[in-house]
Write a protein that binds this ligand. Structure first.
Ligand code: GDP
Ligand code: MG
Length: 692
């Protein structure tokens, strides 16, 4: 019996080649998402039982090369080299064959069996081209399968091919065509390979691949061998080899290796792709002539952004339903439990806090769905292209706008994580740094509350728009500042592939929406519950002594002053006075470090306790009735909210993604809070002078 033999399969390929679509069809619902140890890059795994085998699939992050220019690429590369899957499936966007084959030329240098999947042949056909997969397979010496993943065509062929390749005894000796780097380079790689195989640290890597990586500067040898004593010999040889190659090819020594790979890819394309002569209309070309147009590009981009935001408003009814649901759950708990601290903890603390957060969940799902639609259709790549000119003025990269977009009304955590698609460390750092300054879904609650309270219905939208622009201006300003000081240098040269347009599949969109959305909920599940409980405790304890002479309301007010929060507010008041805030707001802002929506719930708790009148006025009326607030103070409060320390989850994710840099952590935490105070101070003092 061959039951339960496991086969480890990794899916590799360029971004947008259809990897995830294939992965989803292969594994169905049988998948789970985890993290690679130590880093926040997501690891998607799934399995499938087939012909008596348990096939385990890993959907690797997309990559253009194994040289690891981005963290995603590094993760994928390390997985292939260290975990040594039984089989690697190289997913190829056949409409971009040459570019996609570049990765293949590197994969062949690793010692793993490869199955090549030529995906998107439907689009190729509509471009009037066909591919000869038999010729391809003969030329490259690997099994070749054609698929239309979005319509599940060819998926079973992949499974069959996995099993037959696995059962084939010659698995390890699969013959593969390799790039010929020419005698000059080969002579040097031979020497290096020899030394690599003798070095205990380096010999875990495929020798030929590593030798070329070193010559190509794709991998720093110093990072790998710092602990071995054999290093001097290899380093000397590497230096000699590089000099030798340079002598031969002049300045373009590095380029020679890349060119050889592309040359190989080109010749394959020439041989296997044939025109059928039935050229259909080039839809992608036509759409691009509008979307990438010098004059129309930006207006179309703005229109798309508008559509995305408009689409999110459709979530309102669902959000209301969520609100009702939590109210109902609170009611049920109240009717079940007697008055006691536990009941108060559950209703006011947990349900109140978590409900507030989940209230935004529908809106985020809608937004993530809309963004996924434009991503999967291929538009977002164009948007990055169009936006590059604008972004580069602020030292950013065209691709930086998507993380910022995901942060706006969404969540900075998703934004920070999505910077992984940026190739250069510098561009990534700047983008991660500014993502938390966007008005995320959580901050939106605070903004809505304050603007609702102090401004006439007529101006509300305008004020909100001004706030959005302000947040963008602040973020771009910081980007400019960073890129002209600590992170001097130019944004990475703009290389972005423009994939052909697709009609996205609903399933793909829903999955993407769900993955990003649940990231937010996981935050609600852990941090927010914890923060809600903590906040409830600091307001409810220590208990003020019961004084028989006081009315119930006075007793409640006394409790508020007596509590930890009340005392902290008193102590902090002097720092917040110059920016027009009292102790209560100080406490709310501090609580906001847990999560920005907690600012609203904290204000709610404070006013509920202080008010104590039993009248259940909406929070905004309570605030409006409070003499210690004013429109100016409201605006100052919002500006402070916009700039001061990001929420704890963002800060933690930022810290991890910067490679645990304390320097950047300090700059973000201290820099933002100090600037928030300074800007608020200026706004408040000038406003007061002008008698607003
Ligand atoms: P990944 O980045 O490699 O994981 O790519 P995805 O699986 O997310 O696919 C990118 C886009 O291409 C999605 O919109 C898919 O629906 C679409 N797609 C995937 N395979 C095919 C295909 O064979 N034909 C067409 N027309 N579209 C496809
Ligand atoms: Mg994917």
């Amino acid at each position: 019996m061959q039951k339960n033999i496991k086969i480890k399969v990794a899916l590799a390929g360029n971004p947008n080649s259809g990897k995830s679509t294939i992965f989803n069809s292969l594994t169905g619902s049988n998948q789970h998402v985890g993290n690679y140890p130590g880093i926040t890059v997501e690891k998607k795994e799934g399995s499938k039982s087939y012909k008596g085998y348990d096939i385990n699939f890993v959907d690797l992050p997309g990559m253009y090369s194994l040289s690891a220019f981005s963290d995603d690429e590094a993760v994928a590369r390390d997985f292939l080299i260290k975990e040594k899957p039984d089989i690697v499936i190289d997913t190829i966007d056949t409409t971009n064959l040459e570019r996609n084959l570049y990765l293949f030329t590197q994969l062949t240098e690793l010692s793993v069996p490869i199955i090549m999947v030529l995906n998107m042949v439907d689009i190729l056909r509509s471009q009037g081209k066909v591919i000869n997969k038999k010729a391809m397979s003969d030329l490259l010496g690997v099994p070749v399968i054609t698929t239309v993943a979005s319509r599940k065509i060819g998926i079973d062929d992949i499974l069959d091919s996995i099993v037959s390749l696995f059962e084939n005894k010659k698995l390890k000796n699969q013959i593969r065509a390799k790039v010929d780097f020419g005698d000059v380079i080969k002579e040097q790689t031979d020497k290096l390979e020899d030394l690599i195989s003798k070095n205990p640290t380096l010999s875990i890597f495929p020798e030929r691949w590593l030798a070329i990586e070193f010559l190509d500067n794709g991998l720093s040898i110093l990072e790998l061998i710092s602990e071995t004593n054999n290093e001097s010999e290899i380093l000397t040889q590497l230096k000699k080899s590089k000099e030798h190659i340079k002598e031969h090819f002049g300045e373009k020594a590095d380029k020679e290796i890349v060119d050889r790979r592309y040359g190989f890819a080109k010749s394959i394309v020439k041989t296997v792709v044939k025109k059928t002569g039935q050229d259909k209309v080039d839809i992608t070309g036509i759409i691009d002539s509008f979307v990438l147009n010098k004059y129309l590009g930006i207006p179309i981009f703005i229109l798309v952004m508008y559509v995305i935001f408009k689409f999110t408003t459709f979530a309102d009814p669902m959000a209301n339903l969520f609100g009702l649901l939590f109210k109902w759950i609170g009611g049920v708990v109240v009717s079940l439990l007697p008055i006691c601290p536990v009941r108060s903890l559950i209703v006011d603390g947990i349900i109140g806090g978590v409900g507030g957060v989940l209230g935004f969940f529908p809106m985020m799902l809608f937004m993530f769905f809309a963004i996924a639609f434009f991503e999967d259709s291929g538009y977002m790549a164009r948007a990055a292209f169009v936006m590059d000119k604008v972004m580069s003025r602020f030292g950013l990269h065209g691709k930086s706008f998507l993380p910022l977009m995901l942060s706006t009304n969404g969540c900075a955590v998703t934004g920070i994580l999505s910077t992984r698609t940026l190739d250069s460390k510098r561009d990534r750092l700047i983008t991660m740094f500014i993502a938390p300054f966007m008005i995320c879904g959580a901050k939106l609650t605070v903004f809505t509350l304050i603007i609702d309270t102090f401004f006439h219905a007529k101006y509300k939208t305008d004020i909100m728009v001004v706030m959005y622009f302000l947040s963008i201006a602040i973020a771009l300003g910081i980007a400019k500042l960073l890129s002209s000081t600590v992170l001097k240098g130019d944004a990475a040269y703009f290389v972005i592939e423009l994939p052909p347009y697709h009609i996205p599949t609903i399933k793909g969109l829903l999955l993407k929406m769900w993955e990003r959305g649940t990231l937010y909920v996981r935050k609600a599940g852990t941090t927010i519950v914890f923060a809600s409980i903590l906040i409830w405790v600091i307001f409810a304890y220590p208990k003020a002594p019961i004084n028989e002479n006081l009315s119930k309301n006075e007793q409640v007010a006394l409790q508020a002053q007596y509590s930890f929060a009340g005392r902290a507010g008193k102590i902090l008041e002097p720092f917040f006075k110059p920016i027009g805030m009292d102790g209560n707001r100080a406490v709310a802002l501090i609580a906001g470090f847990a999560a920005k929506e907690v600012i609203v719930s904290t204000l709610g708790t404070i006013y509920a306790i202080e008010d104590g009148s039993g009248e259940n006025l909406p929070l905004k009326e309570k605030i409006a009735n409070d003499k210690d607030w004013s429109a100016l103070k409201g605006i100052t409060f919002l500006i402070f909210c916009l700039i001061y320390i990001p929420c704890v989850v963002s800060v933690i994710v930022f810290f991890k993604e910067t490679g645990s840099s304390y320097k950047w952590l300090a700059l973000l935490v201290i820099g933002s809070t100090a600037s928030a105070w300074i800007v608020s101070f200026i706004v408040f003092q000038i406003g007061t002078l002008l008698k607003y």
